[in-house]
Ligand binder design. Sequence first.
Ligand SMILES: Nc1ncnc2c1ncn2[C@@H]1O[C@H](COP(=O)(O)OP(=O)(O)OP(=O)(O)O)[C@@H](O)[C@H]1O
Ligand SMILES: [Mg+2]
Length: 319
Amino acid sequence: MDHFNSIIGQSPALDSLIRSAKIAASTDVTILIKGETGTGKEVLATAIQKASARANKKFITLNCAALPEGLIESELFGHKKGAFTGANSSTQGIFKAADGGTLFLDEINSLPLSIQGKLLRFLDSGECLPVGETTSYKVDVRIIAATNSDLNKQIAAGEFRQDLYFRLDVVPLELPPLAKRTEDIEHLVKHFLKLFSETHSIAAPQFSKPVLKALKAYKWPGNIRELRNLCERLSILLSGRVIELENLPSEFRATQQASNRPTGFTLPEMGLQMDTLEADLIFQALDRTKGNRSKSAKLLGLSRDTLLYRMHKHGFTAQ
Ligand SMILES: Nc1ncnc2c1ncn2[C@@H]1O[C@H](COP(=O)(O)OP(=O)(O)OP(=O)(O)O)[C@@H](O)[C@H]1O
Ligand SMILES: [Mg+2]
């Protein structure tokens, strides 16, 4: 069984990433999955774990952004009874619980600096030190980490240790944003429409050609999660119908109209002053061409005479 089949898409970018992921899955190497929000980092981490030799062992996920700094160390490495106020009994920690298996450290970019050194120590020696203990223990845990922000920027800002980054980034896997793999959109739409028709027991809607074009022109800030949510909403609200452009939220129609226009220029929401815009564009053209009227007219798509007429109209003085 190919566990990577759950990752829908056939774009070259995704294809080569899956090839690397399959190789990495067959080893115990540390993996760092990079990608914007909603690109499928968790889906990929899960496929890697299922395809690995540790598939039948523990698979524990810790979202590093979900825990306050004061709790995360004991959550990861455990603590001794009485190590801090409220530590009424000792706990073993996630590393111990995941022994023999895989630990998915999601949103590793949010791991506090104070814990980053301890994670690095584990990656180097396999050793963990519970809070309040003096002796460490060894565990055999495979780490898959994920980040949705650029760790290099965080390193430059002093928020992430470079040595830990190098230690995690042994096999980097970067999921491309959806807008960079538009070939995958139709496959994903088909997959989600089928999925929601089955889960909600309803007839799947159909997407018209202009709708598919609009989906391909859209920027998808929420990536595949956003596409999935849109498919679910339309499946429920317009079950069995043909989805047309007007059924899409306004942000999709705006991109579509802009991409249909030859200039790509979008009229601002609050409108504009045509006269002021014309004068400004003439000023910019003259400035760029150092006052050359023939070149300025060409830049603006006007005849030289028309430009002279409009310059006069806007009160441009001869230079
Ligand atoms: N290639 C794919 N094929 C099918 N479904 C996908 C794919 N990639 C992502 N999804 C779906 O999109 C949603 C978001 O995926 P996932 O949670 O893995 O993203 P993420 O990168 O971890 O996002 P975040 O950074 O916000 O945590 C999920 O519902 C997931 O099932
Ligand atoms: Mg995630």
